[in-house]
Design a protein. Structure first.
Length: 439
């Protein structure tokens, strides 16, 4: 028990976002209290007298063995009562230790919460265009064009969501080809020109038809402009670094291709999401957002360090775990309605969903019923090539079991492949299907 406490304390102090020895107090307190309670409870479980021979010189009672058993039972009963009392005390002490831990952890997060609560984001110098009429289909069951913050997917490696005080936050930019290294505060970022864009993000762990994709309106600083001011040039212009390694306060490392970050796409150091400061769970105070790349090579949350290096010189977190170095988002589509195993009535059934191919755009979506021909679906209005696109198909459903399959084609002419692949090493592929029974 104490050993676990020592390990927990060491881990707390060694975290990149540690503020000092006080971070170890919850682990230390929990270990000490836990060890003490364990010792007490084990002692109470010792029931003396069971199986013991009669004490030398003890006079036998008229009932002989039964009296001895009764004596043991009385002692065992006392131990049971003692155990219950000790266990009750343990519960109270545990609750108190938990409350103390929350207080200790909460103390370090109060400044972060206050810095977010007090933050008023400046108006962007380049606001996002209005979402076109017709981009949001009025079909029940279809994912909203803009994903609310509370519904936006999360895939974390941190056991506890970091709470970073924006007033104390700093971002360091350094490494190969950085002629003018820089350290920026949060206010430094807010004083720069901010842009606002609708961008769809996708997690590489998203299976075909899966939920780990969402669209939000982000506000932030152009990352390419910031890098250029530090003297960074992309490899195509002779720059010596081909990898940008972003480091988070929780120790995560994410590697992005420098060429992609600086090729003119809206790669951002984002400070806002859907009209408010970034939620803590989504990277407050600052995170990266790069259209067209899976999150594990582009979407560093709670970012605090940017190092320019090469792919040959350094493997970030996920690459060390056998994921690919480069990971452009694959062309994908999903059926949102009807749901799998739904039982619609025969007649007109609206089939609808979303398709995405960030930074290439969606050109066409098609539906197939069973083994029939591919039929073209109606596309909703396009916001930009960096966002997903809704689609719909009016199906005249006949009774019986049917399989509905969807495929998308992007602006490069690439048709979504039917070849199934798992998420490792560079994202899942295949076509999404649902099976329904028409009544």
């Amino acid at each position: 028990m104490l050993l676990f406490g020592v390990v927990g304390a060491a881990a707390a102090i060694s975290r990149p976002d540690s503020t000092g020895p006080t971070d170890a107090l919850p682990s230390v307190v929990g270990a000490v209290v836990g060890a003490g309670l364990l010792f007490l409870l084990v002692g109470r479980l010792e029931i003396r007298g069971l199986g013991e021979p009669p004490t030398s010189g003890r006079r036998p009672t008229p009932s002989g063995r039964g009296a001895a058993e009764g004596d043991t039972s009385r002692r065992a009963g006392w131990d049971r009562r003692g155990f219950v009392l000790a266990a009750s005390g343990a519960a109270v002490a545990s609750a108190g230790a938990g409350a103390l831990g929350r207080v200790l952890n909460g103390a370090s997060g109060r400044g972060a919460v206050a810095s977010r609560t007090d933050l008023v984001l400046p108006a962007p110098a380049s606001p996002a265009p209005s979402v076109p009429r017709g981009a949001q289909l009025r079909i029940p069951g279809v994912s909203s064009f803009t994903t609310p913050n509370r519904e936006f997917y999360r895939v974390d490696t941190a056991l506890v969501v970091p709470k970073v005080d924006a007033n104390a936050w700093r971002l360091r930019i350094h490494g190969r080809g950085v002629a003018r290294p820089a350290t920026l505060s949060f206010d430094d970022l807010l004083r720069r020109e901010l842009i606002e864009r609708d961008i769809t993000l996708t997690c590489v762990s998203n299976e075909v038809g899966g939920p780990y994709v969402g669209n939000a309106r982000w506000i932030g600083v152009r990352l390419a402009d910031l890098l250029a001011e530090c003297g960074v040039e992309p490899p195509s212009a002779g720059g010596p670094a081909d990898q940008l390694v972003a480091r988070s306060v929780d120790g995560m490392t994410i590697g992005s291709p420098v060429e992609d970050v600086m090729d003119g796409r809206d790669a951002l150091l984002a400070v806002g999401m859907n009209g408010e400061p970034l939620p803590f769970a989504h990277g407050f105070p600052v995170r990266m957002v790069v259209p067209g790349l899976y999150g594990y090579v582009s979407a560093c949350k709670w970012i605090e360090d940017i190092e320019l290096t090469t792919f040959d010189a350094y493997d970030p977190y996920w690459v060390k775990r056998k994921w690919a170095r480069g990971a452009p988002v694959k062309t994908q589509s999903r059926i949102d309605t009807p749901k799998p195993f739904a039982r619609p009535r025969a007649g007109a059934v609206m089939v609808a969903g979303v398709a995405w191919a960030q930074h290439r755009g969606i050109d066409r979506v098609e539906i197939r019923v069973d083994d029939g021909p591919w039929e073209q679906a109606r596309l909703a209005a396009e916001d930009s090539r960096d966002t997903w696109r809704q689609w719909s198909y009016p199906w005249q459903a006949t009774k019986g079991g049917h399989t509905l399959t969807v495929r998308a084609t992007d602006r490069t002419g690439t048709v979504q492949t039917e070849k199934r692949a798992r998420t490792v090493p560079d994202g899942a592929s295949g076509r999404h299907s649902v099976v329904v029974t028409v009544d």
